[in-house]
Design a protein around this ligand. Structure first.
Ligand SMILES: [Zn+2]
Length: 299
């Protein structure tokens, strides 16, 4: 089983977004023999023409020239240096690679990605390049007959993805998120499902299941990008929902079983995760990858 990951995802900078979570998740998957070390695939840098599928030429130039200014850092809410830009580009390349593997093998797993707040012209909410938008548009360009669903189950709305893909008839954006937290100004996804603070796992999973079933029925996607947000967790410091580890495992299982039932291909990305104890975030990401393999390996 292949897993896309790069050690360059880890950046030594003090920030709420603990980049070492990817490294720790990958190490745990190898340690527990879920993934063999030789099956780790390092992503390549995305091509400029791919970035331009989702972002403006002005923003792509700023990124590739590495000329981000303090105002950009303020909007993205993080310090940005060359190492950070390089890592974000690699995350984008990683999701593109996962999509390529999914096309050939049924599913592609990325131990990274999910930068759903990055907009067409600017970075936001710790995200610089919207890997979900770039990779889905790239896939659609290569095969225009595809119908792609982006199922974003991060606790925050996938506002950047919704904005960038708003005019794509063959890409459906579904965002299930908490209503009163970031981003303050919500975008309009193809379908938005909003939750009240403190919503419990059973209610959350039932509502997500019902809505996803409807989307599968009428949109009939043949590729699903599943952005498995870890920040729906009850102890997340930036989320306000009340899902336990077991609720999140049930969520993941439900999503993967729906994908399998409808014979769609799956691209999995890992977003969010700001638990006080990084071990909790790692456990959630680990469980997502493990569950994906358990359910999808027979595709
Ligand atoms: Zn989030």
């Amino acid at each position: 089983m292949k897993l896309i990951y790069s050690p360059l995802y880890t950046i030594e900078v003090a920030h709420k977004f603990k980049t070492e979570k990817f490294e720790k998740t990958c190490a745990l998957l190898i340690k527990n023999k879920i993934i063999k070390e030789e099956k780790i695939i390092e992503p390549e840098m995305p091509r400029e023409e791919d970035l331009l599928l989702a972002h403006s030429s002005k923003w792509v130039k700023k990124i590739l020239d590495m000329k981000i200014n303090p105002a950009d850092e303020l909007t993205a809410e993080m310090p940005i240096n060359k190492e950070v830009i390089f890592a974000h580009l690699l995350h984008c390349g990683g999701t593109c690679k996962a999509a390529e593997i999914a096309s050939k093998e049924g599913f592609g797993l990325h131990c990274g990605g999910g930068a759903h707040h990055a907009h067409k012209n600017y970075g936001a909410g710790f995200c610089l390049i919207n890997d979900l938008a770039v990779a889905s548009k790239k896939l659609l360009k290569e095969n225009p007959a595809l119908k792609i669903l982006i199922a974003d189950l991060d606790v925050h709305q996938g506002d950047g993805t919704a904005e960038i893909l708003s005019k794509e008839k063959n890409i459906f954006t579904f965002s299930a998120h908490s209503k009163n937290i970031y981003p303050e100004k919500k975008a309009k996804s193809s379908l938005d499902l909003e939750f009240e603070p403190k919503t419990k796992g059973t209610e959350y999973n039932e509502a997500v299941y019902k809505n996803l079933c409807s989307v599968f029925e009428f949109f009939k996607p043949n590729v699903v990008f599943y952005n498995a947000g870890a920040d729906v967790y009850e102890k997340d410091t930036l989320g306000d929902l009340s899902l336990s580890f077991s609720d999140i495992e049930k969520r993941d299982q439900m999503v993967f079983e729906l994908i399998k039932k409808h014979s769609a291909k799956a691209v999995v990305t890992l977003s969010g995760g700001y638990a006080q104890d990084i071990k909790d975030t790692v456990k959630i990401h680990y469980n997502t990858i493990k569950k994906a393999i358990e359910v999808l390996k027979e595709i």
